[in-house]
Structure formats: C-alpha cells, structure tokens
Design a protein around this ligand. Structure first.
Ligand SMILES: [Fe+2]
Length: 405
C-alpha cells in the first residue's frame, strides 16, 4: 500500500424522502442560489419546481440555470459563471447527474477564479500550467443518477469543445458542503441510464483494481464489494424500476466507488477513463457506455502483467473456480463473464455498438486514428506512456482500440 492522506468533509443526507430538506439545508449555506440543471429538463420539471419552492419558502431567491448537457461544455460553465455573478449568487445547488453536479462545481469555483476558466483543468497529466481553484461558493448537490459520486468527491469533468479535450480538475474547494441523496429520485430513470450509471460506478472501482500497487487487501475487498453490490442491484432495478431498496444500494455503492475509500493508498488515476473521454468528446457517447466499451479491452491488453489480479477478480466477483486451473484461463473467464454481464444490462462492449440518441455511430478508420492521437496528446506522460500499472505505450493505446473494435 502507498502512503496517503485522506479527507472528505461532505455532509451526506441519505434516504428516500430526504430531498424534502433541500430548502432548509440550502438556506444554511446562502441566500441567493444558482440552481443548476439540464437544458432538457422536462424529466425533472416537477423536481426542479419543488426544489425551487422549498428554497423560496426558506427565504431564498433562486436563479435557474438550466443550460447543462450530458458531457458538459466549457461554454456552459462560462455562461453559468456569468449568470451567478449577475444575480449575486452565494450558493450553488445542482439537481441532476454528474454533468449537472460537475458543471455546478466549476461554476461555483469559476465565480471566484481569476484568469481563464480552462486553466483550472489539468489538460495533460504531466502539465504544469493548470492552476486548480482554491475557493468556491458553497455547493449543495441533489443527485438523480447513481454513477459519478460527484456528490461526495472533489472532482469535476468538462469538455473543451474547441479542442475536443474532455478533462478534469480535482480541488479541495470543490467538495460539496451538503449532498442530499434521495434514492426515490432515481426510481423513474430509464433503463439505459440506469445501466450506464452502473457501468460508470463499476469503472470507478475497477480503475483502482486493474492498476495494482500491491498489498491492499481491504481496498481489494471494498472494490469487489462495490462491484458485486452494483451487479446485484442493477439487475434488481432493471427488473423492477420502483424497487427502492435496490435503488438505494445502487446509489450508495456508486458513491463508495469514487468517494476516496477504495483508492486510499492505491493508484489514484483512471486510465480507462481517458479512452472513454476521447470517445465522448468526439461523439457524445454517454459516459458509462464509453467505459463499458473500454473496460474489457483494457483488461485483455494488461492480462499478462496482471494475471493473478484478474484471476482473483474472476474468483471473487464471478465465482469462477480456480483450483487446479491455469490462472490465465481463470482470468480470461472472469473478463468474459464481466463482458457478458455488461451486455446483459444493455450497455455496449464494442465501439461498433456505441449509440448516440439511439443511433449507432459510424466510425471510420480516420476517426479511430484521431482518438488514438487524442489519448496520446491528452493523457500520456513525458515518456510517451499512460502512467498506468503496467504502463501502456502508444502501440498499446492503439491495441486497446483494436481490442474494443
Ligand atoms: Fe466515470
């Protein structure tokens, strides 16, 4: 295990019905709220109206900013900062999934940030020019999709539409003050969004697992528990969307997957996400779907280096019997069963299956070349490799795209 520091100050209020506390909790943080949610918010209309009414009844003024899209853009963040400054907002409230919450974080920091907002973002992982924000308006999150754990971490991801870079910032000031996690709000999620959220949560746990630093038995079991819990409960939620117990377990496991517990003392970067990000940045593929495409490919490419690790995954998560068997065969069986599960819940496991707005995207060889170049440009270190365990060089990056084809 590596040395580590850990702090997580988020006040989590969890359980069905707890969203009735948004007004009382928000009014403790400020008087003028910027309410951040999606451009396409018909699905959330009643919730947004209810949250607005709660805050107004608590004596607050509310400025709506319903301009966020999936895979949020820097232009939206910039517009949100202008809206918050014009209204003199002193608290930012997000209602939605990771895109709404991440945008709210960047807006909350952007209001108090000097210089170009893109400078907050680490555009390359060996970059030294980024200046993470040190201050932000207080944030209150009302997540509606179990996936990113943005409600209990200090990260935010955004796409610079001018450069096709989807990248991120982590900064202590981006921890929400309060997150009100009400699983009842997720009961009406469409099946595909539910499945994509589960794939994203699994990917967060898996990123640490497939980059082993050694001697992390507790983290291993936490991760395996998160993945098993997600598998069991996404199946239940897809079979019965109104199953609130399953929705609650799904939401809490998604939070634990990326709130810092699983990767304390471990490798903290997320190389599989770099592949998903370039696919989403160029083709607007849903985040979880972009990851379900690359997780099996990543595991196949790194199989030789992490054979024992993946054999453990096969045994503990998918119950593969290993006694007397070749570890590589056990590991491969686990990867195959993982891919089978992803297909079962309806997310793509190959690039050619990726869809946007229900239509398959058509990838030309030149598109794949461009995405390989994007991963190299945005995510490799000075040595030309992804800083993963094992390191993946440029040829390896291309092979992962081939394995995902
Ligand atoms: Fe993610």
């Amino acid at each position: 295990m590596n040395n580590f520091e850990y702090a997580n100050p988020v006040h989590v209020i969890f359980g069905p019905g707890e969203s009735s506390r948004v007004g009382s909790e928000a009014s403790k943080l400020g008087k003028k709220a910027l309410l951040v949610s999606y451009k396409e918010h018909a699905f959330f209309r009643a919730l947004l109206d209810g949250v607005t009414a709660q805050m107004q009844q608590a004596g607050m003024t509310v400025t709506p900013f319903f301009e966020v899209t999936a895979n949020p853009l820097m232009s939206q963040v910039r517009a949100g900062v202008v809206a918050a400054q014009a209204a003199g907002c002193d608290v930012v409230v997000a209602v939605g999934g990771g895109s709404a919450m991440d945008s709210a974080k960047m807006i909350a920091a952007g209001v108090l940030y000097s210089g170009d907002l893109w400078n907050m973002i680490v555009t390359r992982h060996d970059h030294v020019s980024a200046v993470p924000p040190e201050r932000a308006l207080p944030l209150l999150m009302v997540p509606t999709l179990p996936a990113t754990a943005s409600e209990m971490n200090c990260g935010a991801v955004v796409t610079n539409e001018a450069t096709h870079e989807k990248s991120y910032v982590f900064a202590g000031c981006l921890f929400p003050k309060v997150s009100i996690v009400d699983p009842a709000l997720t009961a009406t999620l469409p099946a595909y969004q539910t499945a994509c959220g589960a794939a994203d949560a699994i990917s967060h746990a898996l990123e640490t697992y497939v980059n082993p630093v050694g001697d992390t038995p507790l983290q291993d079991r936490l991760i395996e528990g998160v993945i098993l819990t997600t598998i069991e409960n996404v199946r239940k939620a897809l079979a019965d969307p109104s199953d609130l117990a399953a929705r609650a377990n799904l939401q809490w496991s998604a939070i634990v997957a990326w709130n810092g517990w699983t990767y304390a003392g471990c490798y903290g970067w997320a190389p599989i996400h770099q592949f998903g990000h370039v696919l989403s940045a160029r083709f607007n593929v849903t985040h979880g779907a972009s990851l379900s495409i690359f997780m099996p490919a990543w595991m196949k490419h790194t199989l030789a280096a992490n054979t024992q690790r993946y054999a453990q995954f096969a045994q503990r998560v998918f119950g593969v019997r290993a006694k007397g068997k070749d570890p590589q065969a056990v590991a491969l069986r686990g990867i195959a069963l993982f891919e089978k599960f992803l297909k079962e819940i309806g997310v793509p496991t190959r690039l050619r299956q990726a869809k946007v707005d229900g239509k398959k995207i058509r990838l030309r060889p030149a598109d794949v070349d461009a995405m390989v170049a994007d991963v190299i440009r945005i995510s490799t270190s000075a040595d030309g490799c992804l800083g993963s365990i094992p390191k993946v060089d440029r040829e390896g990056i291309r092979r992962i795209f081939e394995l995902a084809h």
